[in-house]
Design a protein around this ligand. Structure first.
Ligand SMILES: Cc1ncc(COP(=O)(O)O)c(C=O)c1O
Length: 368
């Protein structure tokens, strides 16, 4: 019997849709998912094994539902790196920042409510909105992919969204959002309707600028979302977290599944946080490689969007997808995010970046 999704009574808004996901192709150089290319250092691997072994002895019990030790260490990391003091009560953690964002939309969005993002941006914001039954509004950007503040304020005033997403540095463009823009949008969102403003700082450790955490002061409707997937080089761990007013942390408890963070995840993340200094050392190397990609792409004759992240958006192409395929044919996988004319390359190790630059240099010559 030929039976598929469409034969099931799935929700109308899911019909005909495809799941999110970059192609996972087996090619020599994969620079398509903004991962950190450096494997975890051996001493950290050993520490993870130790911590997980300890946790394994108690796996007959449910894990710490409130992840107190982990949240305390995440708060310490945030305070130490931003100079803005946050504590256990300000921090919440989940399986990747995607789950954090989902919990936020389950709490503050949902049927009859809306969220806005300024696109192109991280496409999961819209998809999580759809999954939680939250209406999605696509807000505008300038030609250079910065947020058009006047147009954004107008959109917020007009649509009165319940949740406003601001991604800085933005994915896939790499552009950072200045604090003044975030403050202005926060004010606009509060004037339109008291709504939550979620600043997605997944890539902030790679930025030339500082985290917007200090903006949390006296702004209870502001949330900063972070992840260990990028700078910490721990995408496989699945650990995301947020910092906000304690009331926000209390509110997401209403939707989180009990024991959502396994004891193994908590133990692994705690081990990684013990090695923060070693892990963040790679961030400086990746920032240097990101800057090299920008310089060399410009030298070759491509256009590049200013990047504060561990990836670079480059163009312009009459047919970005055809160019993506040509780069792939040379053994390098980059990302076609569907932004007309542009592709995105993640900063890898120097040899991977060289392979990418050689490929696009050749293609430029061929097209000349
Ligand atoms: C802007 C942004 N936010 C959040 C995430 C989700 O990261 P994770 O769920 O791995 O923490 C990503 C991943 O690519 C991202 O680009």
């Amino acid at each position: 019997m030929n039976f598929g999704i469409d034969d099931l009574p799935v929700r109308d808004e899911l019909r005909g849709k495809s799941p999110y996901g970059a192609p996972q192709l087996d090619v020599p150089v994969r620079l398509n998912t903004n991962e950190n290319p450096y494997p975890l250092p051996e001493p950290l691997v050993e520490r993870i094994v130790e911590r997980v072994r300890e946790a394994a002895r108690d796996l007959n019990r449910y894990p710490d539902r409130d992840a107190v030790e982990l949240r305390t260490q995440l708060a310490k990391y945030l305070s130490d790196t931003s100079g803005y003091e946050v504590g256990l009560a300000n921090v919440w953690a989940a399986n990747g920042s995607n789950e954090v964002l989902q919990q936020l939309l389950q709490t503050f969005g949902g049927p009859g409510r809306t969220a806005i993002g300024f696109e192109p941006s991280y496409s999961m914001h819209a998809l999580i909105a759809r999954g939680t039954g939250t209406g999605w509004i696509s807000g505008p950007r300038n030609e250079d992919f910065t947020i058009d503040l006047a147009a954004a304020e107008k959109a917020v005033a007009e649509h009165r969204p319940d949740v406003v997403f601001i991604t800085t540095p933005n994915n896939p463009t790499g552009t950072a959002v200045p604090p003044e823009t975030v403050l202005a949008l926060y004010e606009a969102a509060q004037a339109a309707k008291p709504s939550m403003v979620v600043v997605d700082e997944a890539y902030i450790e790679f930025s030339h600028g500082d985290s917007l955490l200090p903006l949390l002061e006296a702004r209870p409707n502001l949330v900063v979302s972070r992840t260990m997937s990028k700078a910490f080089g721990a995408a496989g761990l699945r650990l995301g977290y947020l910092a906000a007013h304690p009331a926000v942390v209390d509110a997401v408890q209403l939707v989180r599944l009990p024991y959502h963070l396994s004891a193994v995840t908590q133990a692994t993340a705690l081990a990684a946080l013990e090695h923060t200094d070693t892990l963040l050392k790679y961030v400086e190397q990746l920032k240097a490689e990101r800057d090299r990609l920008v310089t060399e792409l410009l030298e070759i004759g491509y256009e590049v969007t200013a990047s504060d992240a561990n990836f670079v958006q480059f163009g312009r192409f009459d047919d970005a997808h055809a160019m993506w395929q040509k780069i792939l044919d040379r053994g390098v996988l980059v990302r076609d995010n569907g932004v007309p004319g542009w592709l995105r390359v993640t900063a890898g190790i120097p040899e991977e970046n060289d392979a990418f630059l050689d490929a696009v240099r050749e293609l430029k010559k061929e097209s000349a």
